[in-house]
Design a protein around this ligand. Sequence first.
Ligand SMILES: [Zn+2]
Length: 291
Amino acid sequence: MRIFDPHIHMSARTTDDYVAMYESGVRAVVEPSFWLGQPRTSVGSFVDYFDGLIGWERFRAAQYGIRHHCTIGLNPKEANDPRCREVLAVLPRYLAKDGVVAVGELGYDSMTPEEDEVFVAQLDLARDVGLPAVVHTPHRDKAAGTTRTLDVVRDSGIGSERVVVDHLNETTVAEVADSGCWMGFSIYPHTKMDEHRMVAILREYGTERMLVNSAADWGQSDPLKTRRTAEAMLGAGFTEHDVDVVLWQNPVAFYGQSGRLHLDPVPGFVVHEPLAPTTFEGNSVLRGARV
Ligand SMILES: [Zn+2]
């Protein structure tokens, strides 16, 4: 089974997670840039974080046999801080880089006028540079937030086929299905969505334009929820082909619109073999190892 997790925050995860993900079939991931929990206070904090996503984390994932890509954007929560909004000026430079496959995560947190402005500006940017957009739906007021999100996407003129509206559930899926946007579902251990509810949604809406992710980050989350969803699908009578469509072909089709996916196996990677002595800017993941 091959799995592509289209939304996971690996820089908040351990190397054990990479090992377990590889063993579960995960071969590619997309890491959307997001809020770090601790508020940022300057653009420099974003710049170092973006550099980490396109550089170090990509290198680290490859050491575990996994292809890493990222999305770059100003997240909804920090769109409200004028010190953070200055990052909008540096985004075009990052959106030109290899390994950046979309603009995101964008969207609403509290639906403030500042969030509106930043959301629209970044959808315009995505349209202008020809990248897809990853749009998060708010955790509070989800139904109203989803409706408003779809209105903004429609008004922006970006093609709906280039947008994924993420963190959906039973109450928001129908509207997004009708909009022509891709539908993203984050499968969590205790909240939001679980794999069995996901299977019920796939039964009702089919597998087209469906993206399933773990959205694993620094909170309570599980990077193997993509695999658990695949198993739940098979247990419920979906075929291996259906599983491959949802957990591999769909993310490849969506992010493939960037023209920047790297999906060939990592050269020289062999499971359980010592890592090749490579470094990123002089730094190895093997702390203390001679390189
Ligand atoms: Zn996220």
